[in-house]
Ligand binder design. Structure first.
Ligand SMILES: CC(C)(COP(=O)(O)OP(=O)(O)OC[C@H]1O[C@@H](n2cnc3c(N)ncnc32)[C@H](O)[C@@H]1OP(=O)(O)O)[C@@H](O)C(=O)NCCC(=O)NCCS
Length: 157
């Protein structure tokens, strides 16, 4: 079941994103802060966090509007428990995100990832879901680690 996150999910979400290697243990505080801000007010500013919950926290997706753009959103975070990856859970969460935004007349969904080989499967995931690689910024995450931005139009312009 995919459902909105509650404050009680926070610890499990942090464990999940570290287990999925989306964040290192050292950077877990970033997610902790993001979730604290979410429940403290960002939720009211349009941010959305959903959980794939089936007898445990199996996945998470977080998306937020770009403040100065026209109906453009960022998929800030998506992760699935390592043992449950490759079973369609990420695709189901992404579908849920897109359907929500489409129903609200939103225009673009952007995703940032890395060009490093260890993210080959992550990039393939977005390509299979109809995302186009739109931009690369060299040396963005670190020297030799380029930013790759994917884009999907959710509605006709
Ligand atoms: C990327 C991620 C969210 C995809 O969710 P998922 O539930 O594993 O993916 P799905 O089962 O819906 O889709 C499977 C497709 O995604 C891709 N994929 C990406 N990572 C994968 C993984 N670890 N295992 C299996 N498939 C993966 C493959 O192209 C696969 O297609 P295939 O079965 O034809 O090879 C998930 O693998 C994950 O949490 N990865 C680690 C964290 C991460 O990279 N997050 C995104 C940061 S931008």
């Amino acid at each position: 079941m995919i459902r909105p996150a509650t404050p009680e999910d926070s610890a499990a979400v942090i464990d999940l994103v570290v287990a999925a290697e989306m964040f290192s243990e050292d950077d877990a505080w970033l997610v902790e802060g993001m979730l604290a801000d979410y429940f403290d007010g960002n939720k009211d500013d349009g941010h959305v966090c959903v959980i794939d919950d089936e007898g445990g926290t199996l996945g998470v997706a977080y998306y937020q509007p770009k403040p100065a753009a026209d109906r453009v959103w960022d998929l800030t975070m998506i992760a699935v428990q390592p043992a449950r990856q490759g079973q369609g859970r990420g695709a189901a969460m992404l579908r849920r995100v897109e359907e929500d935004l489409r129903a609200r007349g939103q225009w673009l969904l952007l995703v940032e990832t890395s060009a490093l080989p260890q993210y080959d499967r992550t990039r393939a995931f977005y390509v299979k879901r109809g995302y186009d690689e739109e931009a690369r910024i060299r040396g963005y995450w670190a020297a030799g680690d380029d930013l790759v931005v994917f884009r999907k139009a959710l509605n006709e312009d």
